[in-house]
Design a protein around this ligand. Structure first.
Ligand SMILES: *Cc1c(COP(=O)(O)O)cnc(C)c1O
Length: 374
């Protein structure tokens, strides 16, 4: 049987042809396709100011710099996410302060955020895990009461919505990723959505070498900016992807609805929280009932692999990595993040899948669990 990976980008022929045209055009670096993608993203996000860049990791890092966050500052972030989220906080010289996540939502537990706030706290960096929006009313209420910036890591959440409003169409600074595993891609790339035009000026300098030009075209360098501009080749991929995004996400929701149906009769796995129509379902990751099985997660993944099924792990708890242990974190600090880190498996989910693929995955999971029960 053919191999089913846990994720795969969908690129149509028109987009591929469009990229070939860019390659032939002679203009490969930042140019008209970057402008077109930023304009299209802005339109998609209700007219917000949007800037693309080479990665979401770069975007989060520059967003922190735009907010003036650095040494001596603290940023509150979930204890379970991709390493990029806390790493960028360290990279600007600030301190990531972890808060546990919900076992089902996998999102930062906003009820525990208040207790983590100190006089040094400057921002909250939540993650809309798997595209399930965090409670935006509670988040922004908290941020306003404590005068904190919010930098949303929306790497999983392009196309997600909170109570009908698109993530990135409101709020403070919102960061998207267009890595090939995400809901839409520019191969590598990302985008930031801004609320404040003044901050976009700062961002533009930091994105490209700190260079600005006056009315006569004279160049100045006013800050030590970096090099984060997207290529036109990559942007052309995004220009082809964005119009398909809502369709991709609708297909993800349909596939996930089928997963819930197939798993309904077998409560052995702990299924993730299910949002409304605004859940973009970046991935579908149940927790395995490992305490009741004779096999490890590694052996489960191997058994899936033998059946031609790809499985991912998103993610190990952040505070147990050596970098964060060296910051003073230890086992037991964030029990939910640790449990997810131990038990989570990301099952195949991408727009080109069929409902029959979902059934194939469910049967394999059930069979492996059934035959390895203690
Ligand atoms: C993918 C991802 C990032 C980083 O995105 P890149 O575009 O690869 O830099 C950051 N945070 C989360 C939660 C992610 O999944």
């Amino acid at each position: 049987m053919n191999y089913l990976p846990f994720t795969k980008p969908t690129l149509d022929e028109a987009t591929i042809q469009g990229v070939v045209e860019v390659l032939r055009s002679g203009w490969l670096a930042t140019g008209p396709n970057v402008q077109a993608l930023e304009k299209a993203l802005s339109g998609y996000l209700g007219g917000r100011i949007v800037r693309t860049l080479t990665s979401a990791t770069g975007g989060l890092e520059v967003a922190l710099q735009v907010c003036g966050i650095g040494p001596g500052d603290e940023v509150i972030t979930p204890a379970m996410s991709f390493a990029a989220t806390p790493n960028v906080i360290l990279r600007v010289g600030a301190k990531p302060v972890f808060v546990d996540v919900g076992t089902n939502s996998r999102n930062i537990d906003l009820n525990q955020v208040e207790a983590a706030i100190t006089p040094r706290t400057k921002a909250i960096m939540p993650v809309h895990f798997a595209g399930l929006p965090v409670d935006m009313d509670a988040l922004y209420d908290l941020a306003q009461r404590h005068k904190l910036r919010v930098i949303e890591d929306a790497a999983h959440a392009i196309g997600s919505a909170w109570q009908g409003k698109k993530i990135g169409s409101f709020g403070d600074i919102v960061s998207f990723s267009f890595h090939p595993n995400k809901n839409m891609t520019t191969i590598e790339g990302g985008a930031l959505s801004f609320a404040e035009a003044d901050e976009v000026k700062k961002f533009d300098l930091l994105r490209f070498q700190g260079i600005s030009r006056d009315a006569e075209g004279n160049m100045d360098v006013s800050v030590a900016g970096g090099k984060y501009n997207l290529s036109d080749v990559a942007a052309r991929v995004g220009v082809g992807q964005l119009p398909q995004l809502d369709g991709f996400n609708a297909k993800r929701r349909e596939l996930v609805a089928h997963y819930f149906k197939c798993f309904a009769t077998d409560p052995a796995c702990l299924l993730p929280a299910r949002g409304d129509e605004g859940h973009s379902w970046h991935m579908f990751a149940p927790l395995l009932p490992l305490d009741h099985l004779n096999i490890s997660r590694k052996q489960f993944i191997e058994a899936m692999h033998q059946r031609g099924l790809g499985v991912g792990i998103h993610y190990p708890a952040l505070h147990l990595f050596s970098l964060y242990r060296s910051q003073g974190y230890k086992e037991g600090d964030f029990p939910n993040a640790e449990r997810i880190g131990r038990e989570t498996v990301t099952l195949p989910l991408f727009p080109a899948m069929e409902l029959a693929d979902v059934e194939r995955v469910c049967s394999a999971v059930k069979e492996i669990i059934e035959t390895t029960k203690k």
